[in-house]
Design a protein around this ligand. Structure first.
Ligand code: ADP
Ligand code: MG
Length: 252
């Protein structure tokens, strides 16, 4: 199964979820590939890759025709493999545009390598531009992280419909695996109400597990570590372990 992490908003926990959900599943003995599609390479850096060591990257796969298998590298976590991102992805938007089938290049590029894994995750930049479109047409499922803050939670139905339509337009199908509440902060008075409203509006589409705000989750990337390496007893580690369980149930 190939799952894309998408959102129109930045800073909602896409990368944090891609990295730590991948790691939690690998921890259970599953074979996982994380593909970093964000030119900022946050997922790659969070997994301990040095900024100077990002090549070869997903940009080479998408633009240079490098076989994806040759861009796969191991990480410090057994069972978790990575295709890095790099700044070259900034060029990707414009350069991809000249290719025929520009919306489905990733799908073709990943087809072979994806079979080697139980789960593939695609960490996307925050938009619905050509890179996320490529992720959506390559994926079977997608997760939308949502920070439940007043004024910040509109347009979700729209995004889901747009993703489904994008896949449909290119002859593929993708299903919303769920909306994931992240950085949930109940110290903010309005949060409870916003969460309740979201759960009423979207029902079972929202993961039961909520990822609460947790300082350790924010600290781990700077150490180049997943939450399980950085502090496996942190609340954030427990949350992503539980999410892995719910993900497996939903993914069946
Ligand atoms: P996105 O990929 O959607 O832009 P990130 O995953 O990079 O979002 O998260 C944005 C910032 O918030 C990062 O600095 C990250 O470390 C931090 N962060 C993510 N999830 C949490 C959390 N549950 N608690 C605290 N900080 C978080
Ligand atoms: Mg990100």
């Amino acid at each position: 199964m190939i799952t894309a992490l998408i959102s129109r908003k930045g800073g909602v926990g896409k990368t944090t979820t891609a990295v730590n959900l991948s790691a939690a599943l690998a921890d259970q003995g599953l074979r996982v590939l994380l593909v970093d599609l964000d030119s900022q390479a946050s997922a790659s850096l969070s997994l301990g890759v040095d900024r100077a060591d990002l090549a070869p990257s997903s940009a080479d796969v998408l633009l240079g025709g490098l076989p994806a298998a040759q861009a796969v590298r191991e990480t410090a976590i057994p069972g978790l493999h990575l295709i890095t991102a790099s700044v070259d992805l900034i060029r990707a938007e414009s350069e991809l545009a000249v290719f025929r089938g520009k919306e489905t290049r990733l799908r073709g590029a990943l087809a072979d390598v994806a079979r080697e894994y139980d789960f593939v995750f695609l960490d996307c930049p925050s938009s619905l531009s050509l890179l996320p479109v490529n992720a959506i047409t390559a994926a079977n499922a997608f997760i939308v992280p949502v920070v439940p803050q007043f004024l910040a939670v509109t347009g979700l139905k729209n995004l889901i419909a747009a993703a489904e339509r994008t896949a449909w337009d290119h002859g593929t199908r993708v299903r919303p695996l769920g909306l994931l509440l992240t950085m949930v902060d109940y110290r903010i008075k309005s949060t409870r109400r916003t969460v309740d409203e979201l759960r009423t509006e979207h029902g079972s589409l929202i993961f039961a597990i909520e990822i609460r705000i947790n300082t350790r989750l924010a600290e781990a990337p700077a150490a180049g570590q997943t939450i399980f390496q950085y502090d496996r007893h942190a609340k954030g580690a427990e949350a992503y372990r539980l999410l892995a369980g719910e993900f497996l149930l939903r993914g069946r």
